[in-house]
Design a binder for this molecule. Structure first.
Ligand code: GLC
Length: 572
Protein backbone atom coordinates (compact mmCIF):
# COMPACT_ATOMS: atom_id res chain seq x y z
CA UNK A 1 0.00 0.00 0.00
CA UNK A 2 1.43 3.41 -0.88
CA UNK A 3 1.07 6.54 1.21
CA UNK A 4 -1.94 7.91 -0.62
CA UNK A 5 -3.87 4.66 -0.18
CA UNK A 6 -2.84 4.58 3.46
CA UNK A 7 -4.05 8.12 4.14
CA UNK A 8 -7.32 7.46 2.35
CA UNK A 9 -7.82 4.38 4.51
CA UNK A 10 -6.88 6.17 7.70
CA UNK A 11 -9.10 9.20 6.99
CA UNK A 12 -12.08 6.97 6.33
CA UNK A 13 -11.18 5.12 9.46
CA UNK A 14 -11.17 8.29 11.64
CA UNK A 15 -14.47 9.53 10.28
CA UNK A 16 -16.20 6.22 10.65
CA UNK A 17 -14.67 5.11 13.91
CA UNK A 18 -17.19 7.17 15.86
CA UNK A 19 -20.04 5.25 14.35
CA UNK A 20 -18.47 1.86 14.16
CA UNK A 21 -15.18 1.05 15.89
CA UNK A 22 -14.91 -2.25 13.98
CA UNK A 23 -14.08 -0.29 10.82
CA UNK A 24 -11.10 1.24 12.58
CA UNK A 25 -9.65 -2.22 13.02
CA UNK A 26 -10.31 -3.11 9.39
CA UNK A 27 -8.61 -0.02 8.00
CA UNK A 28 -5.69 -0.34 10.37
CA UNK A 29 -5.16 -3.90 9.23
CA UNK A 30 -4.22 -2.59 5.77
CA UNK A 31 -0.91 -1.48 7.23
CA UNK A 32 1.64 -4.26 7.06
CA UNK A 33 2.54 -5.91 10.33
CA UNK A 34 6.13 -4.70 10.18
CA UNK A 35 5.02 -1.11 9.73
CA UNK A 36 2.79 -1.18 12.77
CA UNK A 37 5.25 -2.12 15.49
CA UNK A 38 8.90 -1.55 16.33
CA UNK A 39 11.61 -4.12 15.76
CA UNK A 40 13.83 -5.03 18.72
CA UNK A 41 17.43 -5.82 17.78
CA UNK A 42 19.30 -8.40 19.84
CA UNK A 43 23.04 -9.00 19.93
CA UNK A 44 22.72 -12.51 21.39
CA UNK A 45 26.28 -12.72 22.67
CA UNK A 46 25.55 -9.86 25.08
CA UNK A 47 21.87 -10.40 25.85
CA UNK A 48 21.42 -13.07 28.51
CA UNK A 49 23.58 -16.06 29.42
CA UNK A 50 21.63 -19.03 30.81
CA UNK A 51 24.57 -21.42 31.21
CA UNK A 52 27.25 -19.42 33.03
CA UNK A 53 29.78 -19.53 30.19
CA UNK A 54 29.94 -15.75 29.94
CA UNK A 55 28.21 -15.34 26.57
CA UNK A 56 24.51 -14.93 25.89
CA UNK A 57 22.42 -17.61 24.18
CA UNK A 58 19.11 -18.35 22.44
CA UNK A 59 17.54 -19.62 25.64
CA UNK A 60 18.29 -16.21 27.12
CA UNK A 61 16.28 -14.67 24.29
CA UNK A 62 13.40 -17.11 24.90
CA UNK A 63 13.42 -16.20 28.61
CA UNK A 64 13.04 -12.53 27.80
CA UNK A 65 10.29 -12.69 25.19
CA UNK A 66 7.74 -11.25 27.60
CA UNK A 67 10.09 -8.37 28.27
CA UNK A 68 10.34 -7.68 24.52
CA UNK A 69 6.59 -8.00 24.23
CA UNK A 70 6.27 -5.32 26.92
CA UNK A 71 7.82 -2.89 24.41
CA UNK A 72 5.04 -3.77 21.96
CA UNK A 73 7.65 -4.96 19.44
CA UNK A 74 6.45 -6.95 16.42
CA UNK A 75 9.77 -8.57 15.52
CA UNK A 76 13.20 -9.42 16.83
CA UNK A 77 16.23 -8.98 14.59
CA UNK A 78 18.91 -11.40 15.74
CA UNK A 79 22.46 -10.56 14.72
CA UNK A 80 24.14 -13.69 13.28
CA UNK A 81 23.72 -16.90 15.28
CA UNK A 82 25.28 -19.25 12.71
CA UNK A 83 28.41 -21.34 13.25
CA UNK A 84 31.34 -18.96 13.15
CA UNK A 85 34.92 -18.61 14.37
CA UNK A 86 33.60 -15.31 15.85
CA UNK A 87 36.44 -13.15 14.55
CA UNK A 88 33.79 -10.52 13.83
CA UNK A 89 31.32 -11.90 16.38
CA UNK A 90 29.30 -13.97 13.95
CA UNK A 91 29.59 -11.82 10.83
CA UNK A 92 32.16 -14.39 9.68
CA UNK A 93 29.94 -17.38 8.93
CA UNK A 94 31.23 -20.90 8.43
CA UNK A 95 27.83 -22.58 7.88
CA UNK A 96 24.83 -20.64 6.62
CA UNK A 97 22.20 -23.15 7.77
CA UNK A 98 23.38 -24.10 11.24
CA UNK A 99 23.30 -22.70 14.77
CA UNK A 100 26.49 -21.75 16.57
CA UNK A 101 26.80 -24.11 19.60
CA UNK A 102 27.82 -21.01 21.59
CA UNK A 103 24.21 -19.86 21.24
CA UNK A 104 22.46 -23.23 21.49
CA UNK A 105 20.92 -25.73 19.12
CA UNK A 106 18.51 -25.83 16.20
CA UNK A 107 15.89 -27.11 18.68
CA UNK A 108 16.39 -23.92 20.72
CA UNK A 109 15.92 -21.91 17.57
CA UNK A 110 12.71 -23.75 16.64
CA UNK A 111 11.44 -23.20 20.16
CA UNK A 112 12.28 -19.51 19.91
CA UNK A 113 10.26 -19.20 16.69
CA UNK A 114 7.28 -20.96 18.32
CA UNK A 115 7.44 -19.08 21.62
CA UNK A 116 7.80 -15.78 19.80
CA UNK A 117 4.84 -16.65 17.59
CA UNK A 118 2.72 -17.23 20.70
CA UNK A 119 3.41 -13.60 21.53
CA UNK A 120 2.85 -12.34 18.01
CA UNK A 121 6.54 -11.63 17.50
CA UNK A 122 8.49 -12.70 14.40
CA UNK A 123 12.15 -13.61 14.26
CA UNK A 124 14.26 -11.83 11.65
CA UNK A 125 17.61 -13.29 10.59
CA UNK A 126 20.76 -11.48 9.58
CA UNK A 127 22.06 -12.58 6.17
CA UNK A 128 25.77 -11.99 5.68
CA UNK A 129 26.17 -12.69 1.99
CA UNK A 130 28.92 -10.33 0.89
CA UNK A 131 31.52 -12.59 2.50
CA UNK A 132 31.84 -15.81 4.47
CA UNK A 133 34.37 -16.90 7.06
CA UNK A 134 37.76 -18.07 5.79
CA UNK A 135 36.89 -21.30 7.63
CA UNK A 136 33.78 -21.92 5.52
CA UNK A 137 34.20 -25.19 3.55
CA UNK A 138 33.57 -23.18 0.37
CA UNK A 139 36.61 -21.02 1.02
CA UNK A 140 38.77 -23.91 2.18
CA UNK A 141 38.06 -25.59 -1.14
CA UNK A 142 38.41 -22.42 -3.17
CA UNK A 143 41.83 -21.63 -1.77
CA UNK A 144 43.15 -25.17 -2.21
CA UNK A 145 44.04 -24.75 -5.91
CA UNK A 146 43.28 -22.67 -8.98
CA UNK A 147 41.22 -25.37 -10.65
CA UNK A 148 38.98 -26.88 -7.97
CA UNK A 149 35.17 -26.76 -8.49
CA UNK A 150 34.89 -23.70 -6.19
CA UNK A 151 38.01 -22.00 -7.55
CA UNK A 152 36.11 -18.85 -8.50
CA UNK A 153 33.63 -18.74 -5.64
CA UNK A 154 35.75 -15.94 -4.13
CA UNK A 155 37.65 -13.04 -5.68
CA UNK A 156 41.19 -14.03 -6.59
CA UNK A 157 43.79 -11.85 -8.35
CA UNK A 158 47.49 -12.03 -9.18
CA UNK A 159 47.96 -8.35 -8.47
CA UNK A 160 46.62 -6.29 -5.61
CA UNK A 161 45.32 -2.72 -5.60
CA UNK A 162 45.85 -0.11 -2.90
CA UNK A 163 42.38 -0.64 -1.40
CA UNK A 164 42.12 -0.50 2.39
CA UNK A 165 39.65 -2.84 4.04
CA UNK A 166 36.91 -1.42 6.25
CA UNK A 167 38.62 -2.81 9.34
CA UNK A 168 42.02 -1.39 8.30
CA UNK A 169 45.04 -2.76 6.43
CA UNK A 170 45.13 -3.94 2.81
CA UNK A 171 41.90 -5.39 1.44
CA UNK A 172 44.00 -8.15 -0.20
CA UNK A 173 45.47 -11.16 1.55
CA UNK A 174 48.13 -13.38 0.06
CA UNK A 175 47.32 -17.09 -0.14
CA UNK A 176 50.34 -19.39 -0.30
CA UNK A 177 48.42 -22.37 -1.65
CA UNK A 178 47.08 -20.56 -4.71
CA UNK A 179 49.91 -18.06 -4.98
CA UNK A 180 47.27 -15.38 -5.38
CA UNK A 181 45.57 -12.63 -3.39
CA UNK A 182 41.94 -12.78 -2.29
CA UNK A 183 39.76 -9.77 -1.62
CA UNK A 184 38.21 -9.02 1.77
CA UNK A 185 36.11 -5.89 2.23
CA UNK A 186 36.18 -6.45 6.00
CA UNK A 187 38.65 -8.60 8.03
CA UNK A 188 41.18 -10.96 6.40
CA UNK A 189 39.09 -13.79 7.84
CA UNK A 190 36.05 -12.56 5.86
CA UNK A 191 36.81 -13.28 2.17
CA UNK A 192 34.35 -11.72 -0.31
CA UNK A 193 32.13 -14.13 -2.22
CA UNK A 194 32.07 -13.85 -5.99
CA UNK A 195 28.48 -12.91 -6.85
CA UNK A 196 29.31 -13.02 -10.57
CA UNK A 197 29.24 -16.80 -10.27
CA UNK A 198 25.60 -18.03 -10.56
CA UNK A 199 26.38 -21.08 -8.39
CA UNK A 200 27.43 -18.80 -5.55
CA UNK A 201 24.25 -16.76 -5.83
CA UNK A 202 22.13 -19.93 -5.87
CA UNK A 203 23.90 -21.36 -2.81
CA UNK A 204 23.20 -18.15 -0.91
CA UNK A 205 19.57 -18.01 -2.01
CA UNK A 206 19.15 -21.64 -0.92
CA UNK A 207 20.46 -20.72 2.52
CA UNK A 208 17.97 -17.87 2.84
CA UNK A 209 15.15 -20.15 1.72
CA UNK A 210 16.16 -22.65 4.39
CA UNK A 211 15.34 -20.03 7.05
CA UNK A 212 12.10 -19.05 5.32
CA UNK A 213 11.02 -22.69 5.53
CA UNK A 214 11.66 -22.48 9.26
CA UNK A 215 9.14 -19.66 9.48
CA UNK A 216 11.32 -16.59 10.00
CA UNK A 217 9.61 -13.23 9.58
CA UNK A 218 12.23 -11.58 7.44
CA UNK A 219 15.84 -10.66 6.89
CA UNK A 220 18.28 -7.90 7.63
CA UNK A 221 20.78 -8.11 4.81
CA UNK A 222 24.31 -7.22 5.80
CA UNK A 223 26.73 -4.98 3.89
CA UNK A 224 24.76 -5.49 0.72
CA UNK A 225 26.19 -2.53 -1.19
CA UNK A 226 29.52 -4.33 -1.61
CA UNK A 227 28.40 -7.49 -3.44
CA UNK A 228 29.10 -6.18 -6.94
CA UNK A 229 32.69 -5.26 -7.75
CA UNK A 230 33.79 -3.00 -10.61
CA UNK A 231 34.84 -4.75 -13.84
CA UNK A 232 38.34 -3.35 -13.71
CA UNK A 233 40.22 -3.20 -10.42
CA UNK A 234 42.35 -0.06 -10.20
CA UNK A 235 44.13 1.88 -7.49
CA UNK A 236 42.15 4.66 -5.84
CA UNK A 237 43.26 8.06 -4.57
CA UNK A 238 45.15 7.36 -1.33
CA UNK A 239 43.52 8.84 1.78
CA UNK A 240 45.91 7.44 4.34
CA UNK A 241 49.65 7.84 5.05
CA UNK A 242 50.24 4.22 4.02
CA UNK A 243 49.05 5.02 0.48
CA UNK A 244 45.81 3.08 0.73
CA UNK A 245 42.33 4.25 -0.19
CA UNK A 246 39.07 3.20 1.45
CA UNK A 247 37.58 0.19 -0.36
CA UNK A 248 34.14 1.66 0.24
CA UNK A 249 34.91 4.44 -2.22
CA UNK A 250 35.98 1.91 -4.87
CA UNK A 251 33.32 -0.79 -4.68
CA UNK A 252 30.14 0.44 -2.95
CA UNK A 253 27.03 0.47 -5.15
CA UNK A 254 28.79 -0.59 -8.33
CA UNK A 255 26.63 -0.37 -11.46
CA UNK A 256 24.79 -3.61 -12.06
CA UNK A 257 24.27 -4.39 -8.35
CA UNK A 258 20.51 -4.06 -8.70
CA UNK A 259 20.41 -6.94 -11.20
CA UNK A 260 21.82 -9.26 -8.55
CA UNK A 261 19.39 -7.91 -6.01
CA UNK A 262 16.33 -8.32 -8.21
CA UNK A 263 17.30 -11.95 -8.74
CA UNK A 264 17.62 -12.28 -4.95
CA UNK A 265 14.15 -10.83 -4.54
CA UNK A 266 12.62 -13.10 -7.18
CA UNK A 267 14.21 -16.25 -5.86
CA UNK A 268 13.82 -15.62 -2.15
CA UNK A 269 11.60 -12.77 -0.94
CA UNK A 270 8.73 -12.83 -3.41
CA UNK A 271 5.53 -14.50 -2.25
CA UNK A 272 6.36 -14.47 1.48
CA UNK A 273 4.77 -12.38 4.20
CA UNK A 274 8.12 -11.14 5.45
CA UNK A 275 10.00 -7.88 5.59
CA UNK A 276 13.49 -7.21 4.33
CA UNK A 277 15.83 -4.45 5.35
CA UNK A 278 19.13 -3.98 3.59
CA UNK A 279 22.18 -2.45 5.22
CA UNK A 280 23.21 0.04 2.59
CA UNK A 281 25.81 2.57 3.54
CA UNK A 282 25.67 5.54 1.16
CA UNK A 283 22.73 4.79 -1.09
CA UNK A 284 21.64 8.33 -1.93
CA UNK A 285 18.13 9.49 -0.97
CA UNK A 286 17.31 10.11 -4.67
CA UNK A 287 18.23 6.49 -5.46
CA UNK A 288 16.13 4.96 -2.68
CA UNK A 289 13.20 4.25 -5.00
CA UNK A 290 15.39 1.80 -6.96
CA UNK A 291 16.19 -0.04 -3.76
CA UNK A 292 12.95 -0.14 -1.78
CA UNK A 293 9.23 -0.50 -2.36
CA UNK A 294 7.26 -2.20 -5.08
CA UNK A 295 9.74 -1.29 -7.83
CA UNK A 296 12.79 -1.78 -5.66
CA UNK A 297 14.18 -4.82 -3.91
CA UNK A 298 13.81 -4.43 -0.15
CA UNK A 299 11.02 -3.14 2.08
CA UNK A 300 13.38 -0.83 3.91
CA UNK A 301 16.98 0.28 3.79
CA UNK A 302 19.34 1.20 6.60
CA UNK A 303 21.23 4.05 5.06
CA UNK A 304 23.84 5.77 7.21
CA UNK A 305 23.52 9.47 6.45
CA UNK A 306 22.26 10.53 9.89
CA UNK A 307 24.50 8.24 11.95
CA UNK A 308 27.62 9.07 9.93
CA UNK A 309 27.08 12.81 9.91
CA UNK A 310 30.33 13.27 11.86
CA UNK A 311 32.36 11.69 9.06
CA UNK A 312 33.30 13.36 5.81
CA UNK A 313 32.40 10.46 3.58
CA UNK A 314 31.55 6.79 3.70
CA UNK A 315 34.93 5.63 4.97
CA UNK A 316 34.29 6.40 8.65
CA UNK A 317 37.81 7.33 9.71
CA UNK A 318 37.21 7.83 13.43
CA UNK A 319 40.11 10.12 14.20
CA UNK A 320 39.10 12.47 11.39
CA UNK A 321 35.55 12.86 12.66
CA UNK A 322 34.16 16.34 13.30
CA UNK A 323 31.63 17.48 15.88
CA UNK A 324 28.03 16.89 14.82
CA UNK A 325 26.25 19.93 13.45
CA UNK A 326 22.59 19.63 14.42
CA UNK A 327 21.40 21.11 11.12
CA UNK A 328 23.30 18.40 9.21
CA UNK A 329 21.90 15.63 11.39
CA UNK A 330 18.38 17.00 10.88
CA UNK A 331 18.93 17.40 7.14
CA UNK A 332 20.01 13.77 6.84
CA UNK A 333 16.85 12.61 8.62
CA UNK A 334 14.60 14.99 6.71
CA UNK A 335 16.10 14.03 3.34
CA UNK A 336 15.38 10.37 4.10
CA UNK A 337 11.87 11.13 5.33
CA UNK A 338 11.14 13.07 2.14
CA UNK A 339 12.75 10.48 -0.12
CA UNK A 340 10.58 7.74 1.39
CA UNK A 341 7.29 9.68 1.33
CA UNK A 342 5.78 7.05 -0.95
CA UNK A 343 7.94 4.29 0.49
CA UNK A 344 8.87 3.14 3.97
CA UNK A 345 11.82 3.78 6.23
CA UNK A 346 13.55 2.12 9.21
CA UNK A 347 14.20 4.66 11.96
CA UNK A 348 17.24 3.91 14.06
CA UNK A 349 19.83 5.67 16.14
CA UNK A 350 21.67 2.70 17.57
CA UNK A 351 22.77 -0.76 16.57
CA UNK A 352 25.65 -3.12 17.35
CA UNK A 353 28.05 -1.00 15.25
CA UNK A 354 27.37 2.44 16.66
CA UNK A 355 28.07 4.25 19.92
CA UNK A 356 25.20 4.73 22.36
CA UNK A 357 23.05 7.64 21.26
CA UNK A 358 22.93 9.39 24.65
CA UNK A 359 26.64 10.05 24.14
CA UNK A 360 26.67 10.26 20.37
CA UNK A 361 24.09 12.94 19.67
CA UNK A 362 24.12 15.13 22.77
CA UNK A 363 26.73 17.57 24.02
CA UNK A 364 28.92 16.64 26.96
CA UNK A 365 27.12 17.44 30.21
CA UNK A 366 23.64 16.50 28.95
CA UNK A 367 21.48 14.56 31.36
CA UNK A 368 21.58 10.93 30.17
CA UNK A 369 18.04 10.04 31.20
CA UNK A 370 16.57 13.10 29.51
CA UNK A 371 18.73 12.40 26.45
CA UNK A 372 17.56 8.78 26.21
CA UNK A 373 13.95 9.90 26.38
CA UNK A 374 14.58 12.67 23.86
CA UNK A 375 15.95 10.17 21.32
CA UNK A 376 12.98 7.89 22.00
CA UNK A 377 10.65 10.78 21.27
CA UNK A 378 12.19 11.20 17.83
CA UNK A 379 12.43 7.45 17.23
CA UNK A 380 8.72 6.95 17.77
CA UNK A 381 7.39 10.06 16.07
CA UNK A 382 9.26 10.06 12.76
CA UNK A 383 7.58 8.16 9.92
CA UNK A 384 8.74 4.57 9.59
CA UNK A 385 9.41 1.44 11.61
CA UNK A 386 11.37 2.18 14.80
CA UNK A 387 14.30 -0.15 15.47
CA UNK A 388 15.23 -0.40 19.15
CA UNK A 389 18.68 -1.79 19.92
CA UNK A 390 19.01 -3.79 23.15
CA UNK A 391 19.78 -1.50 26.06
CA UNK A 392 18.72 1.65 24.22
CA UNK A 393 15.35 1.31 25.96
CA UNK A 394 16.96 1.62 29.39
CA UNK A 395 19.28 4.45 28.33
CA UNK A 396 22.55 2.52 28.27
CA UNK A 397 25.58 4.77 27.78
CA UNK A 398 29.02 4.29 26.21
CA UNK A 399 31.65 2.40 28.11
CA UNK A 400 35.35 3.31 28.36
CA UNK A 401 38.31 0.96 28.53
CA UNK A 402 41.79 2.41 29.11
CA UNK A 403 43.81 0.07 26.95
CA UNK A 404 43.30 -0.98 23.34
CA UNK A 405 43.92 -4.55 24.54
CA UNK A 406 40.65 -4.47 26.46
CA UNK A 407 38.67 -3.89 23.27
CA UNK A 408 37.28 -6.99 21.58
CA UNK A 409 35.84 -5.21 18.52
CA UNK A 410 38.04 -5.91 15.52
CA UNK A 411 37.31 -2.54 13.93
CA UNK A 412 38.53 -0.71 17.06
CA UNK A 413 41.95 -2.27 16.57
CA UNK A 414 42.05 -1.27 12.89
CA UNK A 415 40.95 2.27 13.75
CA UNK A 416 43.57 2.51 16.50
CA UNK A 417 46.36 1.36 14.16
CA UNK A 418 45.27 3.80 11.46
CA UNK A 419 45.24 6.67 13.96
CA UNK A 420 48.72 5.76 15.21
CA UNK A 421 50.01 5.50 11.61
CA UNK A 422 48.54 8.97 11.08
CA UNK A 423 50.75 10.28 13.91
CA UNK A 424 48.36 10.29 16.87
CA UNK A 425 49.68 9.34 20.32
CA UNK A 426 48.30 6.32 22.16
CA UNK A 427 46.20 8.65 24.31
CA UNK A 428 44.79 10.56 21.34
CA UNK A 429 44.07 7.39 19.39
CA UNK A 430 42.33 5.90 22.44
CA UNK A 431 40.11 8.95 22.73
CA UNK A 432 38.58 8.09 19.33
CA UNK A 433 38.37 4.39 20.09
CA UNK A 434 36.51 5.16 23.32
CA UNK A 435 34.16 7.43 21.45
CA UNK A 436 33.38 5.24 18.45
CA UNK A 437 34.20 1.65 19.40
CA UNK A 438 31.50 -0.85 18.54
CA UNK A 439 32.06 -2.33 22.01
CA UNK A 440 30.14 0.67 23.36
CA UNK A 441 27.01 -1.06 22.14
CA UNK A 442 28.15 -4.58 22.94
CA UNK A 443 28.63 -4.49 26.72
CA UNK A 444 26.31 -7.01 28.39
CA UNK A 445 22.65 -6.14 28.80
CA UNK A 446 21.93 -4.84 32.30
CA UNK A 447 19.07 -6.81 33.83
CA UNK A 448 19.44 -6.11 37.55
CA UNK A 449 21.79 -4.92 40.30
CA UNK A 450 23.23 -8.35 41.06
CA UNK A 451 26.71 -9.53 40.03
CA UNK A 452 27.42 -8.87 36.34
CA UNK A 453 24.10 -7.05 36.04
CA UNK A 454 22.30 -10.39 35.99
CA UNK A 455 23.76 -11.10 32.53
CA UNK A 456 25.81 -14.15 33.51
CA UNK A 457 26.77 -16.14 36.58
CA UNK A 458 30.19 -16.68 34.98
CA UNK A 459 32.82 -14.31 33.68
CA UNK A 460 31.27 -11.97 31.09
CA UNK A 461 33.02 -12.01 27.71
CA UNK A 462 33.14 -8.19 27.75
CA UNK A 463 33.22 -5.92 30.83
CA UNK A 464 29.81 -4.99 32.19
CA UNK A 465 29.27 -1.22 32.23
CA UNK A 466 30.22 0.26 35.60
CA UNK A 467 26.84 2.01 35.97
CA UNK A 468 24.78 -1.19 36.10
CA UNK A 469 23.68 -0.68 39.71
CA UNK A 470 21.86 2.51 38.77
CA UNK A 471 20.86 1.59 35.20
CA UNK A 472 19.14 -1.76 34.80
CA UNK A 473 15.84 -3.29 33.78
CA UNK A 474 14.76 -4.34 37.27
CA UNK A 475 15.11 -0.83 38.68
CA UNK A 476 13.47 0.76 35.67
CA UNK A 477 10.53 -1.62 35.75
CA UNK A 478 9.71 -0.28 39.21
CA UNK A 479 10.07 3.38 38.34
CA UNK A 480 7.11 4.84 36.42
CA UNK A 481 9.33 7.68 35.17
CA UNK A 482 12.13 5.47 33.89
CA UNK A 483 13.47 5.45 30.34
CA UNK A 484 12.08 1.92 29.96
CA UNK A 485 8.55 2.93 30.90
CA UNK A 486 8.84 5.96 28.62
CA UNK A 487 9.70 3.58 25.76
CA UNK A 488 6.78 1.34 26.57
CA UNK A 489 4.33 4.23 26.63
CA UNK A 490 5.64 5.76 23.44
CA UNK A 491 5.68 2.46 21.61
CA UNK A 492 2.06 1.71 22.48
CA UNK A 493 1.10 5.29 21.62
CA UNK A 494 2.84 5.26 18.24
CA UNK A 495 1.53 1.83 17.29
CA UNK A 496 -2.07 2.94 17.68
CA UNK A 497 -1.75 6.44 16.24
CA UNK A 498 -2.90 6.88 12.65
CA UNK A 499 -1.09 10.21 12.54
CA UNK A 500 2.23 8.74 13.58
CA UNK A 501 1.84 5.68 11.38
CA UNK A 502 0.84 7.48 8.22
CA UNK A 503 0.97 11.25 8.63
CA UNK A 504 2.97 13.57 6.44
CA UNK A 505 6.38 14.74 7.74
CA UNK A 506 7.51 18.33 7.66
CA UNK A 507 10.53 19.88 9.32
CA UNK A 508 10.37 23.39 10.82
CA UNK A 509 13.39 25.67 11.25
CA UNK A 510 15.86 23.36 9.47
CA UNK A 511 18.75 25.82 10.02
CA UNK A 512 18.25 26.07 13.78
CA UNK A 513 21.31 24.57 15.49
CA UNK A 514 19.60 24.05 18.85
CA UNK A 515 16.22 22.44 18.32
CA UNK A 516 14.90 19.66 16.10
CA UNK A 517 11.27 20.37 15.42
CA UNK A 518 8.94 18.63 12.98
CA UNK A 519 5.28 17.99 12.38
CA UNK A 520 3.30 14.91 11.43
CA UNK A 521 0.01 15.70 9.78
CA UNK A 522 -2.93 13.59 8.72
CA UNK A 523 -5.89 15.57 7.40
CA UNK A 524 -6.75 18.09 10.10
CA UNK A 525 -4.87 16.27 12.81
CA UNK A 526 -1.32 17.24 13.68
CA UNK A 527 1.50 16.39 16.06
CA UNK A 528 4.57 18.52 16.70
CA UNK A 529 7.74 16.97 18.06
CA UNK A 530 10.36 19.31 19.48
CA UNK A 531 13.72 18.37 21.02
CA UNK A 532 16.29 20.73 22.51
CA UNK A 533 19.75 19.35 21.73
CA UNK A 534 21.58 21.88 23.93
CA UNK A 535 22.36 22.16 27.63
CA UNK A 536 20.64 25.55 27.91
CA UNK A 537 17.11 26.98 27.65
CA UNK A 538 15.83 27.70 24.14
CA UNK A 539 12.78 29.68 23.14
CA UNK A 540 10.64 28.94 20.11
CA UNK A 541 8.06 31.26 18.49
CA UNK A 542 4.89 30.74 20.56
CA UNK A 543 2.58 30.69 17.49
CA UNK A 544 3.89 27.29 16.46
CA UNK A 545 2.00 25.81 19.37
CA UNK A 546 -1.27 27.72 18.87
CA UNK A 547 -4.17 25.35 19.41
CA UNK A 548 -1.79 22.56 20.39
CA UNK A 549 -1.62 20.74 23.71
CA UNK A 550 1.37 18.93 25.16
CA UNK A 551 0.73 15.19 25.04
CA UNK A 552 3.94 13.86 26.53
CA UNK A 553 7.53 14.79 27.11
CA UNK A 554 10.60 14.14 29.20
CA UNK A 555 9.75 16.97 31.64
CA UNK A 556 6.38 16.55 33.31
CA UNK A 557 5.47 20.24 33.44
CA UNK A 558 5.49 22.88 30.74
CA UNK A 559 7.33 26.20 30.35
CA UNK A 560 7.28 28.88 27.69
CA UNK A 561 10.75 27.76 26.62
CA UNK A 562 12.56 24.47 26.14
CA UNK A 563 14.80 23.40 28.98
CA UNK A 564 18.11 21.54 28.47
CA UNK A 565 17.54 18.29 26.52
CA UNK A 566 13.79 18.80 26.74
CA UNK A 567 11.66 16.80 24.32
CA UNK A 568 7.92 17.10 23.93
CA UNK A 569 5.12 16.11 21.59
CA UNK A 570 2.09 18.36 21.07
CA UNK A 571 -1.20 17.56 19.38
CA UNK A 572 -4.29 19.44 18.28
C1 GLC B 1 27.94 -5.00 8.89
C2 GLC B 1 27.68 -5.44 10.32
C3 GLC B 1 28.96 -5.37 11.10
C4 GLC B 1 29.94 -6.33 10.46
C5 GLC B 1 30.12 -6.03 8.98
C6 GLC B 1 30.81 -7.15 8.28
O1 GLC B 1 28.31 -3.68 8.79
O2 GLC B 1 26.67 -4.64 10.88
O3 GLC B 1 28.79 -5.67 12.45
O4 GLC B 1 31.17 -6.23 11.11
O5 GLC B 1 28.90 -5.84 8.31
O6 GLC B 1 29.97 -8.24 8.15
Amino acid sequence: MNRREFIKGAMTMTALAWANPIILVDAASQIKWWQKKPVYQIYPKSFLDTTGKGTGDLRGVINKLDYIKSLDAGAIWLTPIYPSPMVDNGYDISDYTGINPLFGTMEDFDELIDEAKERDIKIVMDLVFNHSSDQHPWFLESKSSRDNPKADWYIWRDEKTNWRSIFGGSAWEWCEERQQYYLHTFATQQPDLNWENPEVRQALFDAANFWLDKGVGGFRIDAIVYIKKPKIFADGAPDSPDGTCAIHNMTANTDGILDFLHEFKRKVFDGHDIFTVGEANSVKPEDLRYWVGADGVFDMLFEFSHVNVMFNNGDEIWHRSKPIKLSEFKKALSDSQRATRELWYPIYFENHDKPRSVNNFFPHGSDKILAAKAMATILFTLRGTPFIYQGEEIGLANTKFDSIDDYDDISSHGAYDLARADGLSDKEAMRFVQKFSRDNARTPMQWDSSKNAGFTSGKPWLFVHSDFKSCNVELEEKNPDSVLNFYRKLSAFRNSSEILLGGEYEELYPDNEEIFIFTRTLGEKKFITAVNFTTHDVKLPAQIFDGMKKIFGNYSDEKKYFRPTEAAVYGN
